[in-house]
Design a protein around this ligand. Structure first.
Ligand SMILES: Cc1ncc(COP(=O)(O)O)c(C=O)c1O
Length: 383
């Protein structure tokens, strides 16, 4: 199998991640915060260390303002439902994943209003339109950093500065960039950062988090046991307990911590450069297949490590199916949970085939993937 779907979830994981999770499962008993026995304290310590690592990695300051979640979607929902009230206005873009689109839709039904800035992947961000969309009631700007359809980046630094000038909070969906592009929440004027643990940070599925800037209070999405203030029937109002009810995924968090260590050792720039090299190799190779059309630009160094393409007018699902069945190449087809991005790209009916290598992907695997696309193109044209 040639796994080229790291934008969905990264694989393989570094060996250290697997070993650490095995070590924790085998040797560590206890539920963090549940009692003062040595087992509970031991796991609480482990969770705290990873919280600290994440705060350092994103330069966010106080570790208690890092909230562990199950994934990016959970983090985004916590941020949106935690901040927005009926009457509030939100600015977003047409590139967003359903992890943003659907909660915003649900919130509009509760009286929140939304302005969606049309953004075309690969074209300049429409700052004039963005600036003009602020209203008195604007409470939040929410955008992704990189499109999961085409890999194109948004100028989040500038968007964050403009939001701050207007006194509006900025939530960034870093699903496709955390662990690939350096993110400094302080320097980049990010108030809330939602990130997956299971993609670029190389941790296991079932991990993710939300970073909450200073002086921001969110209403909880989930209420329940935290191990603290058990005598009260009210949710604690201090972080992280206020937003972390129920038993944490300690084994997953331990793996995420090892993923972060691995990235620090290997170097985030080295990881990104290797991935972009593989994307460029893919783009250059795919451009030699006459029926192939590439979306979102052909300069891999300007994008997250994603290559999106189609073969003529063929259904992307069929292309992806043939790549897997006949050549063992794993891609992702369809709309990638981001239908609006496809509307802008004109691919809403056909979808796109997405290839997303990791830094573990070899040149030979990329060569084989290109040949597989060439063969599938021939097969589809000959049909
Ligand atoms: C841009 C973007 N946002 C949000 C998500 C949701 O991430 P998760 O699966 O961690 O909930 C994804 C997943 O691919 C994504 O690409």
């Amino acid at each position: 199998m040639i796994y080229l779907d790291n934008a969905a979830t990264s694989w393989p994981k570094p060996q250290g991640v697997v070993e650490e999770m095995r070590r924790v499962m085998t040797n560590l008993a206890g539920n963090p915060g549940r009692g003062s026995n040595r087992a509970a304290v031991g796991t609480a310590h482990l969770v705290y260390i990873v919280r600290e690592q994440i705060a350092g990695f994103f330069n966010s300051g106080a570790p208690q303002r890092v909230i562990f979640t199950n994934n990016t979607t959970h983090a985004i929902n916590q941020a949106l439902f935690g901040i927005l009230q009926p009457g509030d206005h939100v600015i977003t873009t047409s590139l967003e994943h359903n992890a943003v689109v659907r909660p915003l839709k649900a919130l509009t039904e509760l009286g929140v209003s939304v302005t969606e800035i049309p953004v075309v992947p690969g074209e300049k961000f429409p700052f004039a339109e963005f600036k003009a969309s602020f209203q008195k009631s604007t409470k939040l700007v929410v955008t992704l950093q990189a499109s999961n359809v085409s890999g194109n980046l948004l100028p989040i630094h500038k968007i964050g500065e403009l939001a701050r000038e207007k006194g509006v909070l900025y939530l960034v969906d870093a699903a496709q960039t955390a662990g690939i592009y350096p993110i400094d929440v302080k320097k980049m004027a990010i108030d809330l950062l939602a990130f997956p643990g299971h993609k670029g940070l190389l941790g296991p599925q079932g991990t993710g988090g939300l970073i909450i800037g200073p002086n921001i209070t969110l209403c909880p999405l989930i209420y329940g046991g935290t191990g603290s203030l058990s005598e009260s029937d009210r949710q604690p109002d201090f972080l992280p307990d206020a937003l972390e009810s129920g038993t944490l995924n300690v084994v997953g968090i331990s793996g995420l911590g090892m993923g972060l260590k691995y990235i620090r050792k290997y170097g985030i720039d080295n990881i990104r450069m290797r991935e972009q090299e593989k994307c460029q190799q893919l783009i250059d190779g795919l451009q030699t297949v006459p029926e192939v059309r590439i979306y979102g630009g052909t300069n891999a160094s300007e994008k997250a490590p994603i290559v999106a393409f189609n073969i003529g007018g063929h259904d992307s699902m069929i292309i992806s199916y043939l790549l897997d069945k006949e050549f063992g190449v794993i891609s992702r087809a369809g709309l990638h949970c981001a239908p609006r991005a496809h509307t802008v790209l004109g691919t809403i009916d056909q979808g796109l085939v997405r290839l997303s290598p990791s830094h573990f992907t070899t040149e030979i695997e990329i060569e084989q993937a290109i040949e597989a696309v060439r063969n599938v193109a021939k097969e589809l044209v000959d049909r």
